[in-house]
Ligand binder design. Structure first.
Ligand code: G
Ligand code: MN
Length: 308
């Protein structure tokens, strides 16, 4: 596969030459706990420092953009772009609920912008279980969702460890959300020690394989076995498998061979500000339609394709 092959999902976002230095530094959290600044969520919301960034999620079988994960970032006037490690630790429940509401409204509003750019994207956001109990998500979605019949709904990502802590509760919430077109993804899968039988009861749309297992899955036999098991498990439940944190071409190739449905990670595209994501979508849409629109990465291939 050459670099110019439209089916090549590497570096989907292009070289991102225009990335500002602080954006480039904020792709992954490399700051140590000691040097990390701590910003209060309330202060950041009041000052409008929060931005919702998007990381593209690629359909590895159809080789097209399927969706994006919404990720919270702070753009601090002095400190630049900050990752969740600077505002999530030790956060109180009200603040995290306020932030989740902010992200939810952004994801509902931004979908229409992406749609106008030619991409009907299934957007996902991270929500802690506690927030799912506090925030009236079905009511908010009912009121603020895009009115278009093409809107595919939202994906709410809940970490596996939170799900297994109270499975009955997770089940109840998932059923309530389903009615409003919201699906559940089990995030960071593999890190939470769930069992086959515990997951059987939960109507989840996606299993997102934790990046610690994705890293090196092309060479590390243990990680390869865990990825393959997670992918098979997802499929057995009629759900999709998503590899997160894909950083190398060899790992991506191995995941495709394993039958993984979706991929996310810096190899494909890093998280990026909404404006930059939009710019990228428009750029891709401007490209001429290739001879065979099926199974290409062109803007002509209409994205989405839910597997679950
Ligand atoms: O657990 P969750 O999937 O919500 O984690 C999302 C975080 O993962 C984002 O904050 C993003 O910065 C980070 N991330 C995204 N892609 C990669 C990657 O390829 N490698 C690493 N190490 N982190 C990534
Ligand atoms: Mn996530």
């Amino acid at each position: 596969m050459s670099q110019t092959d439209p089916k090549d999902v590497r570096n989907w976002s292009g070289p991102l030459k225009n990335l500002a230095d602080d954006e480039r530094r904020s792709l992954v959290d490399s700051m140590s706990a000691e040097t990390k600044p701590r910003i209060a969520i309330g202060e950041a919301l009041r000052n409008r420092w929060f931005e919702i960034w998007y990381q593209p999620k690629i359909d590895l079988k159809r080789k097209c953009l399927a969706g994006a994960e919404a990720l919270a970032r702070i753009r601090h006037p002095q400190l630049g772009v900050l990752l969740p490690g600077s505002f999530l630790p030790d956060v109180d429940e009200q603040s995290i609920t306020d932030l989740a509401e902010h992200a939810l409204m952004a994801a509902l509003c931004d979908w229409s912008m992406f749609e106008e750019a030619g991409f009907n994207l299934h957007l996902a956001l991270n929500v802690p279980v506690g927030v799912l109990l506090k925030l009236p998500i079905p009511a908010l979605v009912g009121e603020y969702r895009p009115k278009s019949a093409r809107w595919p709904g939202l994906i709410v990502e809940v970490t596996e460890d939170q799900i297994v802590r109270d499975l009955a509760l997770a089940q109840k919430i998932a059923k309530q959300l389903q009615v409003s077109g919201i699906k559940i993804a089990i995030d960071d899968f593999g890190a939470g020690y769930s069992s086959f039988s515990s997951l059987r009861e939960l109507p989840f749309a996606e299993l997102k394989v934790d990046r610690s297992f994705v890293a090196g899955c092309s060479t590390d036999a243990t990680n390869a076995a865990i990825c393959q098991t997670a992918i098979d498990l997802a499929h057995r439940f009629g759900s999709a498998a998503v590899a997160e944190g894909v950083e190398s071409q060899a790992d991506l190739q191995a995941l495709m061979v394993m039958g993984c449905d979706f991929g996310q990670g810096v190899l494909i595209a890093p998280p990026m500000p909404k404006e930059r994501f939009l710019e990228l979508l428009r750029q891709r849409m401007g490209r001429p339609r290739p001879a065979s629109p099926k199974g290409t990465m062109s803007a002509g291939s209409k994205p989405v394709g839910r597997v679950a």
